[in-house]
Design a binder for this molecule. Structure first.
Ligand code: 7PJ
Length: 272
């Protein structure tokens, strides 16, 4: 990937921190509303749509496997039938990994980096690219007291060890993408250091996924509520792309495509 692409987030959870329940009518997912969102994102230039059925917001209530499958799979099938886009499924659940790939998913995005029992096997069998994300702790406790000796080094080592586990499972290295997991067991300083030193992660040699969209570090640094975080999210998207991110994961596709396009124009002008 020579220029960064944008991945649009479609949360099919009733309790996401950033856009919780916007696709719900009462307690039921409104698939037509989700399809409208998907079409808009593709029309705005998203190369990938990331469908998630588990809220990993700190303190979110756990979702059952059946509930997660019921939220995600019908939408994956509809998007696969109707839209020309890569469908990513944000899940740690092995059975959903298999089913999602069968339904047309072209990427598995796991915030637990295939550490759940059976996940390595399921992902290997799915035969699609996989994003391995770093998280310290679990969603329920990860923001209590995150600690690292050297956050950049520790995240690099963790991701390298997960790459090795994948390779032992027969998952070729060139099927993998990496993500430092902004906000997943990280203080504001940890997040900033990771962004600043993103090139050290890029040096591992695999494409990097970065998602800072609306995240709480913006709230902590600027005192902005979730709905007021777009300008800072765009700045962070450009800073990440400039430091080597290959995929920018965002709630706001059209604005992020424009922002990243300005960086591309700047980089490409040297050849004109
Ligand atoms: C991330 C994710 C992230 C990847 C979530 C949110 C919370 N997957 N899933 N990276 N975050 N790869 O969207 O803010 O940072 S859920």
């Amino acid at each position: 990937m020579s220029r960064p692409v944008v991945m649009g987030i479609i949360n099919v959870t009733p309790d996401s921190f950033s856009d919780g329940a916007t696709l719900y009518r009462g307690s039921n997912l409104d698939i037509e509303r989700a399809m409208t969102r998907a079409r808009e994102m593709v029309a705005s230039g998203a190369a990938i749509l990331d469908i998630g059925g588990e809220s990993t917001r700190p303190g979110a209530s756990p979702v059952s496997v059946n509930e997660e499958m019921d939220r995600v799979l019908p939408l994956v099938a509809r998007i696969a039938a109707e839209l020309e886009t890569v469908i990513s499924v944000d899940t740690s659940t092995p059975v959903l990994m298999r089913e999602a790939a069968n339904a047309g998913a072209g990427l598995l995005n796991d915030v637990r980096a295939l550490t759940r029992e059976g996940a390595l096997e399921a992902a290997a069998a799915a035969n699609v690219p996989i994003c391995l994300m770093h998280m310290q702790g679990e969603p329920g406790n990860m923001q209590v007291a995150p600690h690292y000796d050297d956050v950049v080094e520790d995240v690099c080592e963790y991701l390298q060890s997960r790459i090795a586990s994948c390779e032992r499972q027969g998952i070729a290295r060139n099927r993998l993408l990496l993500d430092p997991g902004f906000g997943f067991g990280k203080s504001v300083t940890h997040n900033l250091k990771l962004l600043r030193e993103l090139p050290r992660l890029a040096a591992i040699g695999l494409p990097l996924v970065v998602s800072l969209s609306r995240k709480s570090l913006i709230g902590k640094l600027l005192g902005r509520e979730v709905g007021q975080r777009l300008p800072a999210s765009l700045a962070l998207a450009v800073l990440a792309a400039q430091r080597g991110a290959a995929v920018i994961r965002t709630h706001d596709v059209a604005a992020t495509v424009d922002a990243v396009s300005m960086l591309m124009a700047l980089e490409e002008c040297v050849d004109l």
